[in-house]
Design a protein around this ligand. Sequence first.
Ligand code: PLP
Length: 386
Amino acid sequence: MIPYGKQDITDGDIKAVIDVLTSPHLTQGPAVPKFEQDVIRHCNAKYAVAVNSATSALHVACLAMELGAGDWLWTTPNTFVASANCALYCGAKVDFVDIDPRTYNMCPVALEEKLVNAERQGRLPKVVVPVHFSGQPCDMRVIHALSEKYGFGIIEDASHAIGGLYLNEPIGNCRYSDITVFSFHPVKIITSAEGGMAVTNNEKYAEKMALLRSHGITRTPSLMTKPMEGSWYYQQVDLGFNYRMTDLQAALGGSQMSRLSHYVARRHEIAKRYNRLLADLPVITPWQSKDGHSAYHLYVIRLKLDEIGRSHGEVFEALRAKEIMVNLHYIPVHTQPYYQNMGFKLGDYPEAERYYAEAISIPLFPALKEVEQDYVVASLTELLQQ
Ligand SMILES: *Cc1c(COP(=O)(O)O)cnc(C)c1O
C-alpha cells in the first residue's frame, strides 16, 4: 500500500518527545515557545501562536481580526472545509472566489470582479483567506493590492505551504497578509501529530490569539483590567477556548523543523521525476509559477478525459485497487451538503467543479521510494493508454 502522503519520523524526533515525557511539563512548558521561535526564525515573522490545529489557528485569527456577525469572509472553494468554517464559528458569512485553472489557487481576476460587484451591493468582505493550494503560493502581491483598495484583511491559509517561498521570501513572513496559518497534521510538510500555528507581525493580533487559545485568561499585568490580587492571580478578560498545543506535540514539531528544507527539496526531486515520467501521458502535471517555490504538499494530475477510455472515477478506483492510495483534493466546499443548505449550488464555481472532475493526488512524501514511484507511473500508464 502506497499512501498519498506520509509523515517521516526519525530517532531524533522520538528522543525529543521522550525527553518531554520525562520532564516536568507535558504541556505549558518550554517546548511550545521554543517551537514558536523555530517557526518565527524560519519565516522571518515577529510573532507566533502555536495551537492544537490549523482549524483552531484559523478560528482565533478570524476573532483577532474581529470577524463577527454581519461580516463576510471569502475563500476558495478548492480547499479543506476548515478555511471556510472558521467564518461560521464567528457568526460571519462565507462566500467563495473561483480558482485559476492553471494554479488551482484563488483567481485574482475573479477576486477583483467579485469585489467590484460587492462594493456596489455594499457587501465587501472583512477578511479574505487565500489558500496556498498544494504548497504553491497565491498571487499575494495582487491580492494585497486589492486589500488596500477595498479594505479587507488577509489570512493566508498556508497549511500546505510551510517551507515554500514567494518572491524569494519565506511563506509566513506576512509581507502581504495580516496573519499566516500553518497545519502540522501528519500528512502536511512537517508534523506535530495534531497542531497548527498562526504567525503575524501585528503585536495586537498575536496578543489576542494567545489569549484566546487559553480561555481568554491572562497572567500578564498589562493585559488585566484591574490590579493583581496576589501571585496566584489571573484574569479572564475575554471568552476563549482550550486550543493549546502540548509540549509533546511542540517537541515533535520543533524536531521536524530542523529537516524542513530537506523535506521540501526531496518533494521537488520527486515532483520533477513525476514531471518527466508522466510527460507523454494524457494528464496535466502541476504548473508552477515563477513567483513562487512550492512546498509541494501535493502532486495533483488532471486527467485529459477526452483522450482516455475510462472515467475519472474508474481511474481513481483502479489505482486504489492497485494499493495506490490516491486522494482527491478537494471536493469543492460549496458542494458540501452543509454549504448547499446555506444556498450554494452546483454551477456556482465552474472552474473548481471542472477541476474536481479531473483531479487526482498521487503519492508524494519524502520517503517515497523510486520503485514505488515507478509502480505509480506504470499503473497510470497502463490505465490511461488503452
Ligand atoms: C489540513 C488543512 C487545514 C486544517 O488543518 P488541521 O491542522 O487539521 O486543523 C486547513 N486548511 C487546509 C488548506 C488544510 O489542508
